[in-house]
Design a protein around this ligand. Structure first.
Ligand code: GDP
Length: 476
């Protein structure tokens, strides 16, 4: 069956969360059973960690491994695979500790969510009570005047399933993602296990690009050629496009969920000038407006743990692992435009020269504090560089005037341009205040815009205490 949607929208990827025994598995099974056409192999019994249904001619992908730990793990690795979260709450049991935990995850990840109230076929239930409990957790349902849609279901009786799927499509319509089969491959590991007959099996959901048999791919420093792809109906397929869940065969080991699979061949041909220093990487990352990324290798689990849990927040660890830096790490680092931070490791000569050839920076540390302190500097520099990029114009205050009780800054534009209506930052040492440009004058003439080199009078709102020496930066 071809899963390609006939629109430009990628199929939504949906995950279920909620308290144990509230009916997640039953709901997932029912959705699958009632919406997947069985093949002659009876393929729908196959469990691959995710499946796709076609509902009202539109594909929807479900992650078939409910579990908060899995969700959190993916998120912490920067792999936000789910687009929509269905929060499952049983009508007879209400909000429980794991429901609250799920709500925390949903809020942190800032995902659109839908509440499925399950087991509504049971006697003596009070649904309003559940809605109030959710309200107490700041999940305000639509029927209570809030934003979160709710559906009452009873999976064993097939009640509410169609409605739930309709709501999923509706929510997706409001914040869809594009379908990009030609983009560089990005697939996320949702399950991985060792099969006695087939060896390591890695289930992924493709988010962008196309995964194909014979393709050279990499995940968590490992490089392989895809030997086979098996879909959720137990069929061998040649390729998998965005939204599609598939098992990949060909790996030599299993992986943590949340690992990101990328295409090696494509990235090689796309690689630009090699980066030589961390500063070059900052420059490149900022062009791409990405987060600053790193690859981390450490000698033992204890040091890796200590590093990971103390890294600055806005640093993205694209890959981490134990043991010596390998060829695959360099490939991943190059791909992500990230330096490799090695802790307490010897780097062999061959690896050093490969890194040099590929323009990958390897920094070796023996003291955790030094590594962390370097990364703090890097993040600060990077944030600064990102800020610089946003600045459209800069002026230095050389005089101040009072006009009708308001301060006007006599300034010289030293960079770019300033325009009426621009948001500005008024900076003095560590003080930063926000305002808007409301007037621009030059020799008593009103102007719309002033450019580099010009002197002008700048009126701002709110009327801040502008002083000589202050810097005005326009963010456009
Ligand atoms: P999970 O731990 O959240 O995956 O919950 P399960 O799907 O395993 O469900 C726990 C129990 O509740 C099972 O015995 C299910 O048969 C039962 N169950 C699930 N959904 C419903 C429902 O809508 N109505 C009724 N009556 N029982 C349900």
């Amino acid at each position: 069956m071809n899963q390609k949607p006939d629109t430009d929208i990628r199929p939504p990827i949906v995950t279920l969360m909620g308290h144990v025994d509230h009916g997640k598995t039953t709901l997932l099974d029912t959705i699958r059973r009632t919406n997947v056409v069985a093949t002659e192999h009876g393929g729908i019994t196959q469990h691959i960690g995710a499946y796709q249904i076609i509902f009202q001619d539109k594909p929807i992908t479900f992650i078939d491994t409910p579990g908060h730990a899995a969700f959190e793990k993916m998120r912490s690795r920067g792999a936000e695979v789910a687009d929509i979260v269905i929060l499952v709450v049983a009508a007879n049991d209400g909000v429980k500790p794991q429901t609250i935990e799920a709500i925390k995850h949903i809020k942190k990840a800032d995902k659109p969510s839908i509440v499925a109230i399950t087991k509504t076929d049971l006697p003596d239930i009070n649904i309003d009570r559940i809605k109030k409990q959710l309200q107490d957790q700041n999940i305000i349902l639509e029927s209570f005047g809030g934003q979160v849609p709710e559906v009452e279901v009873a999976a064993p009786k097939n009640k509410g399933i169609t409605e739930l799927l309709e709501v999923v499509l509706l929510v997706w319509q409001l914040s869809p993602q594009p379908y990009l089969p030609e983009d560089p491959l990005e697939a996320v590991v949702v399950e991985s296990f060792l099969d006695k007959k087939r060896g390591p099996v890695v289930t992924v959901i493709v988010k962008k690009g196309t995964l194909a048999v014979g393709q050279k791919i990499t995940v968590d420093s490992e490089i392989i050629t895809v030997r086979a792809l098996i879909d959720d109906k137990d069929q061998n397929v040649d390729k998998a496009q965005p939204g599609k869940p598939v098992e990949i065969l060909g790996f030599k080991k299993i992986f943590d969920i949340g690992g990101i699979v990328s295409d090696l061949t494509l990235t090689k041909s796309k690689a630009g000038q090699p980066a030589k220093t961390i500063a070059d990487i900052i420059a490149k990352s900022e062009e791409a407006k990405e987060s600053f990324k790193v690859v981390i290798k450490a000698d033992v689990a204890g040091s890796l743990e200590a590093i990971m849990s103390n890294l600055p927040k806005n640093l993205l660890v694209v890959s981490s692992g134990l043991g010596e830096v390998k060829s695959g790490d360099i490939v991943v680092a190059k791909l992500a435009n990230a330096p490799i931070l090695a802790f307490n490791l010897k780097i062999n000569g061959q690896i050093k020269s490969q890194a040099e050839r590929e323009g990958v920076v390897i920094k070796n540390y023996n003291v955790i504090y030094e590594l962390l302190s370097d990364m703090q500097d890097v993040v600060a520099l990077y944030e600064q560089a990102k800020h610089e990029l946003k600045i459209i114009g800069r002026a230095k205050v050389v005089a101040t005037f009072d006009v009708d009780g308001k301060k006007i800054a006599g300034a010289k534009v030293t960079h770019g341009r300033l325009k009426i209506g621009d948001q500005i930052l008024l900076k003095r040492d560590n003080l930063k205040q926000e305002a808007k440009i409301v007037s621009l004058k030059r020799f008593k003439k009103d102007l719309e815009q002033v450019t580099n080199g010009q002197d002008c009078g700048i009126g701002i709102n709110p009327s801040l205490d502008v002083r000589i020496g202050d810097i005005i930066e326009s963010l456009g």
